[in-house]
Design a protein around this ligand. Structure first.
Ligand code: KG4
Ligand code: ZN
Length: 378
C-alpha cells in the first residue's frame, strides 16, 4: 500500500498512548526498504500514570490496567479530532497495537480496544512488539520543512541495537529490517529498573531515572568545590567476555553503602552524599553499557548503532555514546528526547515497518498478549 493512515495504541506499562500517522511511499517495492517513505504525525498523545504509581515505588499492574481502560475512550475522540478525522467513521487503514512485552493485564486492554475499533471501522490490526517500537523511535528522521514531517533513516547494516528501558536491557544484531538476533541481555535487573531502585533507596520519587540524572549532573558541575571522598560502586560483568549484563549488584552495593558507611554519609551531608552516589551509579552503569556495546560493534563489524528505550533520555549516557560512535566511526541513531519513553508513535512506525518488510503477515492470526515477547527472530 502506497498510502495509509495508522492508529497506534500503546498500553504495555504505565503510559496510555494513542497516535495517528499518515504514511506515503513513492514506490511500491516489497524489498523491505523503508527510505522512500514520508511520515506525517497527525496526532500524538500520551498520558503518563507515573504520579499515580509513585507511592508504590513502581508500576502497580491492576491500577495501570484500570487507568488504561479509563483513558483510552477519553483520548480517542481527541486524537481523531486532532488528526482531522471523522469520529464515527475515521479513514484509518491499519490499527497498530502493542501485544508484548509488557504487563499482560495492560496489554490486553489495548488489544481489546483495538479489536473493537477494528470491527467497527473495518480496519486491519497489526500486532506490534514494544521493543521493536523503541527501535523505530530511533529511526525517525525529521524533515527540514516541518516539525511533524519525517522519513525513516536508511540503515547501513550490520547494525547493533542497544535497548535500555525499565523492563529490558539487551543488545541485538540487525542484518536487515525486521530481523534481530539477541546477542546479550541482562541476567537480573534492567538498567532502568536499577535507576528506579537506587533512586528509591536514596528517597527519590518514581520514576528514578530523571532524578538520578539530575543529581549526577549537579555533582559533575560542582566537582572542584567538593571535599574529596570517593564513593565506589562495582562495574558488574565488565570483563565477562560476553554481551550479557547484570545490574542488581550495583543496587545492593548502594544499599550496603547506606547501611554501613555512615561516616561517609555524615561527612558529606545528605545532599552531597546523594549527588555523589547518583554520579558514581551513573558512571558505573555507563561504563558497562559502553564497554559491552563497543565489543559488539567491533565483533560484528557494525556500521550503525541504534540506542533506544527510556534510559537513553539520560544526558550523560547520550553524551558518552556520542563519543563512542565518533571514535568507532559508526552512525549513531538515538530518538529525540520526546520519543525516548513509551509512546504510540513508535508502535505505529514499527507496524508500518512490519507491513513493508514482512512478506508473510498472517492477518487472521488471533491477537494475544505476551508479557515476555521477544523481538529476536533469527
Ligand atoms: O522505555 P520506557 O519508557 O518504559 C519501558 O518500556 O520500560 O523506560 C522507562 C525507564 C524507567 O526505568 C525510567 O527511570 C527510565 O526509563 N528513565 C531514565 C531517564 N528517563 C527515564 N533513566 C535514566 N535517565 C533518565 N533521564
Ligand atoms: Zn518501553
Amino acid at each position: 500500500m502506497r498510502y495509509m493512515k495508522i492508529l497506534g495504541i500503546e498500553t504495555s506499562c504505565d503510559e496510555t498512548a494513542l497516535c495517528v500517522i499518515e504514511v506515503r511511499r513513492s514506490t511500491d517495492t516489497k524489498d523491505g526498504s523503508l527510505e522512500d517513505t514520508e511520515i506525517k504525525i497527525l496526532a500524538n498523545m500520551t498520558i503518563s500514570q507515573a504520579k499515580l504509581h509513585a507511592p508504590f515505588g513502581g508500576v502497580f499492574p491492576n491500577l495501570a490496567k484500570r487507568e488504561h481502560i479509563k483513558n483510552l475512550p477519553n483520548m480517542l475522540p481527541l486524537v481523531l479530532k486532532q488528526a482531522g478525522l471523522d469520529e464515527n467513521k475515521p479513514a484509518i487503514d491499519i490499527i497498530a497495537v502493542t501485544t508484548g512485552p509488557g504487563l499482560e493485564p495492560c496489554l490486553w486492554t489495548g488489544i481489546s480496544f483495538a479489536e473493537e475499533l477494528g470491527k467497527k471501522w473495518g480496519a486491519r490490526i497489526v500486532p506490534t512488539n514494544h521493543m521493536e517500537g523503541h527501535i523505530y523511535s530511533a529511526l525517525l528522521c525529521k524533515a527540514e520543512i516541518s516539525n511533524s514531517q519525517f522519513s525513516i533513516f536508511k540503515l547501513n547494516f550490520p547494525a547493533i541495537a542497544l535497548l535500555i528501558s525499565g523492563g529490558h536491557t539487551e543488545l541485538d544484531l540487525m542484518e536487515e529490517y525486521g530481523k534481530y538476533k539477541l546477542i546479550g541481555e541482562t541476567r537480573d535487573d534492567a538498567v532502568g529498573e536499577a535507576f528506579d531502585k537506587v533512586a528509591r533507596l536514596l528517597g527519590l520519587p518514581y520514576p528514578g531515572g530523571p532524578e538520578i540524572s539530575r543529581l549526577a549532573e549537579q555533582e559533575r558541575n560542582s566537582d572542584e568545590h567538593r571535599v574529596s571522598i570517593k564513593i565506589s560502586l562495582p562495574r558488574p560483568m565488565l570483563h565477562s567476555g560476553d554481551f550479557d549484563f547484570s545490574f542488581s549488584g550495583i543496587k545492593t552495593a548502594v544499599l550496603y553503602l547506606l547501611k554501613k558507611d555512615t561516616e561517609c554519609f555524615e561527612t558529606l551531608g545528605v545532599q552531597e552524599f546523594k549527588q555523589k552516589v547518583a554520579r558514581e551509579f551513573e558512571d558505573a552503569v555507563t561504563e558497562v553499557l559502553i564497554a559491552k556495546t563497543k565489543r559488539a560493534l567491533r565483533e560484528y563489524g557494525a556500521r550503525t548503532l541504534i540506542i533506544a528505550g527510556g534510559v537513553i533520555a539520560n544526558t550523560h549516557i547520550r553524551r558518552e555514546f556520542e563519543k563512542l560512535a565518533e571514535k568507532e566511526g559508526v552512525k549513531l541513531l538515538i530518538p529525540e528526547i520526546s520519543h525516548t519513553t513509551d509512546n504510540a508513535l513508535m508502535i505505529a512506525l514499527a507496524a508500518y515497518g512490519k507491513i513493508t518488510y514482512s512478506k508473510d503477515i498472517d492477518w487472521n492470526e488471533p491477537l494475544r498478549a505476551s508479557g515476555t515477547a521477544k523481538i529476536s527472530k533469527v
